[in-house]
Write a protein that binds this ligand. Structure first.
Ligand SMILES: C[S@@+](CC[C@H](N)C(=O)[O-])C[C@H]1O[C@@H](n2cnc3c(N)ncnc32)[C@H](O)[C@@H]1O
Length: 269
């Protein structure tokens, strides 16, 4: 019971976090083109693409997906947060994109027809879902042989980011991310979804200290929500000290981010 209550309070905290960050989310995060190029290449052979982006947020990846596939695709943008979807709609309309439908829904109950999608994409979101429930829903809405593309930071990849290495307690506070083995065994126990590719991406980043401080202060990663106010203030101070000790040019702090793209296929008939 206490576990359930704690789970609900984290969900509530995350919901409030995404409500407040929605207007700035796209600008605060770095959007990687590599996975979009890879995914859209995999879909090249299809005449039309009916796709859903689950946990789409304010749509930074969905926008790139549609830009690359053009008119042949229709994207259902699904998120549990209305503010994120409001910003997504505004941005898509501003970019003259109309081949999308924004849907306010939970990843565990996707209001789309069974066997109706060629693919599902999901970026930086699976650690917010109940994985088993999401996989069950994904295999229901995917057509037979439909593809699921999951882009995420694994737990050990998170530890190697600039935040994991230099921001005190960042990795310890972030308990939601998966290890690759955990994802593989979740898929192994699903009767319908088979992993057929695991692809690793590496992104070379160079940012000035000021930008990193702005990202942290505005909580660009929801992990920062797990710090108490005074803890966060002290940790930010120590983060700056750690960077001063490691980098001589604070206008060009460089590191490599790593991410994983998991591609699964719906093998049900
Ligand atoms: C870290 S953000 C990523 C957003 C977007 N995919 C991106 O990379 O910019 C996670 C998103 O998942 C959404 N989310 C969290 N739990 C969800 C759930 N159970 N069902 C649907 N969306 C959810 C949040 O509202 C948030 O917009």
């Amino acid at each position: 019971m206490a576990g359930k209550r704690a789970g609900r309070s984290v969900l509530g905290k995350m919901h409030r976090h995404f409500l407040s960050i929605a207007p700035q989310y796209r600008d605060l995060r770095t959007t990687d083109l590599g996975p979009i190029l890879y995914i859209t290449k995999q879909l090249e052979g299809l005449g039309k693409v009916r796709a859903a982006d689950i946990g789409c947020g304010s749509g930074r990846y969905g926008l790139k997906f549609i830009e690359h596939l053009g008119e042949k695709c229709h994207l259902f943008c699904v998120d549990a947060n209305r503010e994120m979807l409001r910003h997504l709609r505004d941005d898509f309309i501003e970019s003259c994109i109309t081949n999308f439908t924004a849907i306010h829904a939970d990843s565990h109950r996707i209001p789309l027809q069974t066997d109706s999608l060629d693919c599902i994409i999901s970026f930086n979101a699976i650690h917010h879902f109940s994985l088993a429930d999401f996989m069950r829903e994904a295999s229901r809405v995917l057509k037979p042989n439909g593809k699921l593309f999951l882009y995420t930071r694994l737990k050990d990849q998170n530890e190697r980011t600039i935040w994991g290495r230099h921001f005190p307690c960042f990795s310890e506070k972030e308990k939601r991310l998966y290890q690759l083995d955990e994802l593989k065994s979740a898929f192994a126990s699903d009767p319908n979804l088979n992993i057929n590719t695991v692809k690793f991406f590496e992104h070379h980043r160079v940012y000035p200290l000021e930008r990193l401080m702005e990202q942290a202060r505005k909580h660009h990663y929801s992990t920062f929500q797990f710090y108490k106010k005074h803890e966060f203030r002290d940790a930010l101070h120590r983060f700056v000290q750690n960077l001063l000790a490691h980098y001589s040019d604070l206008d060009r702090i460089s590191w490599k981010d790593q991410n994983t793209l998991l591609v699964a296929e719906n093998i049900q008939n």
